[in-house]
Design a protein. Structure first.
Length: 270
């Protein structure tokens, strides 16, 4: 298995960096290419000052464990310790309304742009700073939740399509360093110029991973002969799981988790 597997402590540290909430003094900056990237200057929090509930949720999620040391995983998860149960429970317990869950399946679609637009309208048009957006990520969109090391090792660009030679969706653009006080800046951090997963995470968007997608991705790679370590299906699915980018919440399955979120008040969006 790859040397880049993230243990509980490393994954949590990377998550703290991505959320940029100043929870640890002198924390390293956002890892653009995954948890093993060079350190950068600490980014500015993009959660609105009045969003106390959302900020509190992000703090709890940063402390919730993410297991990323699997050796094998089964096809169907049956035990809470097999997914990020604590973090998912925190999301489902979030009380402020409105809150929205996006059924995201196509990596080449404007899925990040749509979530950004919804967030902008909720925060500044409708004055809901505690608005929570969740991405139920599966299909080819799920590929965006893996780090660059995994994209290279398993040639995930071949699965993502011609628009993606690397995972550009986890790379912050120039707009990420723009002054967040100027939220009307057409080239700023809240604009279409900065539709990236790390920036949306810094705004409080939650990205959930689908175990079923991981299992199917592992099977597809084995069928194509893209399995350099000759891993079993169970072991390859485990390695993919271990290389989810920091901050992602692993669920037993996106489609199966959607009803759970809807039952606690999340509005469905596609």
């Amino acid at each position: 298995m790859s040397q880049g597997i993230i243990d509980h402590r490393t994954g949590r540290r990377g998550l703290l960096q991505i959320l940029s909430l100043g929870l640890a003094a002198g924390a390293a900056g956002l890892p653009v290419l995954g948890p093993r990237s060079a350190k950068a200057a600490e980014p500015v929090s993009l959660i609105e000052p009045g969003a106390g509930d959302l900020r509190g949720l992000m703090e709890r999620l940063a402390k919730a464990p993410r297991r990323r040391d699997f050796k094998t995983v089964p096809m169907i998860l049956t035990k809470p310790e097999e997914w990020d149960h604590e973090a998912l429970t925190e999301v489902m317990a979030y009380r402020p309304k409105p809150k929205q869950v996006w059924d995201n399946t196509d990596i080449a679609s404007p899925w990040l742009n749509l979530m950004r637009n919804a967030l902008n309208a909720q925060v500044w048009s409708f004055r809901h700073p505690d608005f929570l957006a969740v991405s139920a990520t599966h299909g080819t969109a799920h590929l965006a939740l893996f780090d660059q090391e995994t994209w290279a090792k398993y040639k995930l660009a071949d699965l993502a399509g011609p628009k993606f030679k690397t995972n550009t969706l986890i790379v912050e653009g120039k707009a990420a360093s723009a002054d967040p006080k100027n939220f009307e800046d057409p080239a700023g951090v809240f604009s279409p110029e900065d539709n990236s997963i790390p920036v949306l995470m810094r705004r409080g968007v939650v990205f959930t991973s689908c175990h079923n997608a991981i299992w199917e991705e592992a099977g597809g790679l084995i069928a194509k002969g893209v399995n350099p370590d000759k891993l079993s299906h169970e072991a390859l699915a485990a390695e993919l799981t271990n290389h989810l980018i920091p901050g992602v919440i692993l669920t037993p399955g996106a489609v199966g988790t959607l009803p759970e979120l809807q039952q606690v008040g999340f509005h469905y969006a596609k």
